[in-house]
Design a protein around this ligand. Structure first.
Ligand code: EPU
Length: 418
């Protein structure tokens, strides 16, 4: 297993180009199963989660190539059974469910179960598909979904934690091939959901309202092949912004969509960060000491849960007291105990982390528990005194393309030990 060795104390300086969004690419790749024709998807990041998805597509019968960020797929035939050994490795593989149902009229997929960031049910996905006429039953840890015919319906997709991203994706994808009109109320508005809708429209789907709480999808008989370029990864961009701030650096992010980052930029500016557009990107500098900030994670356009761990690292070394409340995944705080081992002063009260900024963190061997937690530990390592050894780096490789190389190019002392 690889580990990352980070020597703290270097200010990040330079330019970094942001990769395509993992969370946009995964459902878009799944959506290529909706057509027997060829699809070409560009700006796909080379990540282990993407490789898992491509393997799932090929095991389901698609012909797939991936070269220089371009994926080509052709799914002339689609199998209805998803391989357990792959699904269990990646929870996001649930987003093949909607396309398989639409294409085959039945699907078998392993219940993805929980993960280290908490309980991750799929009840809302199944409720939405049931409203379209696809009944499901559980047996032996697998979910079996069958439908004679998908028929459009008005569906409320909210849950106790708000809307669901992949649930909205699944119902939207199934609805593209349902008879009649589907209306999704309380749809997820994340830019990644919108990107999927844009791709589906290029395939011939009739969708309006993407990016809002109410989407309307008029089913069509046939979807055709299409080309699409994935939007930039707003969470990778946010992680590099925090990297610039935590090291008091000066970094220009290129290839990003600042409007996808409005909430994060607002929070960081209220800490004192200078974030300014430049001809080719967004420049992040810290001219003086930052101050602490409170925030609550919410669905888009609220503060993203996928940036919570990285912000915990930043607040650990920012003077003052910060209260960070997690409303999407209330147990997503595994990184706190590792940050504490590096000297952070953190208490957890329910789903709120209370962080007292300390003058410095000290390098230590730490264990990554999930993707964003591992990013937080790398960020903490960049500012800590001494050396931090981040173990279980495979988590970070799921969602950050060449993170060690990108950080090295900005001057960080980071080394991957294989
Ligand atoms: N939920 C339910 N029932 C459902 C579905 C969701 O109760 O049927 C709950 C979840 O347990 C959670 C909340 O609803 O409390 C929101 O979960 P959501 O369904 O939106 O999450 P997801 O679609 O499974 C995607 C991202 C996550 C990101 C969340 C929230 C992908 C591949 N994954 O997951 O990304 O945290 O939305 O924004 O798009 C990551 O990249 O590190 C990551 C975990």
């Amino acid at each position: 297993m690889d580990k990352l060795i980070v020597k703290g104390g270097v200010r990040l300086k330079g330019r970094v180009n942001i990769s395509g969004s993992k969370n946009s690419a995964l459902p878009i790749l799944a959506a290529t199963l909706l057509t027997p024709e060829t699809c070409v998807i560009r700006n796909v990041p080379d990540l282990s989660d993407i490789r898992f998805m491509l393997e799932i597509l090929s095991r389901l019968g698609a012909k797939v190539t991936f070269e220089d960020g371009v994926v080509t797929t052709r799914a002339e035939k689609v199998d209805s059974e998803t391989p357990y050994d792959l699904v269990r490795k990646m929870r996001a593989s649930i987003c093949v469910l909607g396309p398989i149902i639409a294409r085959c009229g039945r699907a078998k997929i392993s219940e993805p179960g929980g993960c280290v960031i908490g309980d991750r049910p799929i009840d809302i996905h199944l409720k939405g598909l049931a409203a379209l006429g696809a009944e499901s039953r559980m047996e032996g840890g697998d979910v079996y979904v069958t439908s004679k015919e998908l028929v459009g319906k008005e569906i409320f997709l909210g849950g106790k934690f708000g809307s669901t991203v992949l649930g909205t994706d699944n119902v939207m994808m199934a609805a593209t091939r349902a008879r009649g009109l589907t209306i999704i109320e309380s749809a997820a508005c994340e830019p990644e959901v919108r990107d999927l809708a844009e791709f589906l429209r290029k395939m011939g789907a009739k969708i309006v309202g993407q990016g809002t709480r109410r989407m309307e999808i008029e089913g069509v008989d046939h979807l055709h092949g299409a080309e699409h370029s994935i939007i930039p990864d707003r969470i990778e961009a946010g992680t590099f912004m925090v990297g610039a701030l935590i090291t008091q650096g000066d970094v220009v992010l290129t290839g990003i969509e600042p409007e996808h980052l409005v909430n994060l930029i607002d929070r960081l500016k209220s800490c004192g960060a200078h974030i300014n557009p430049e001809a080719s990107g967004l420049r992040i500098t810290t001219p003086h000491e930052l101050s602490s900030v409170d925030f609550v994670t919410e669905t888009y356009p609220g503060f993203p849960t996928d940036m919570q761990a990285q912000m915990c690292a930043l607040m650990s070394v920012t003077p003052g007291i910060s209260a960070i409340t997690e409303k999407i995944f209330p147990h997503r705080f595994m990184h706190l105990s590792e940050l504490r081992r590096m000297g952070a002063s953190v208490e957890l009260e329910g789903a709120t982390a209370i962080i007292h900024g300390v003058e410095h963190l000290s390098g230590a061997p730490v264990m990554a528990s999930d993707l964003r937690a591992s990013a937080a530990l790398v960020l903490a390592g960049l500012v800590a005194q001494g050396t931090t050894e981040v173990n279980r780096v495979y988590h970070i490789d799921r969602g950050y393309e060449h993170i060690d190389q990108k950080l090295s190019a900005l001057g960080a002392q980071i080394e991957r030990i294989r």
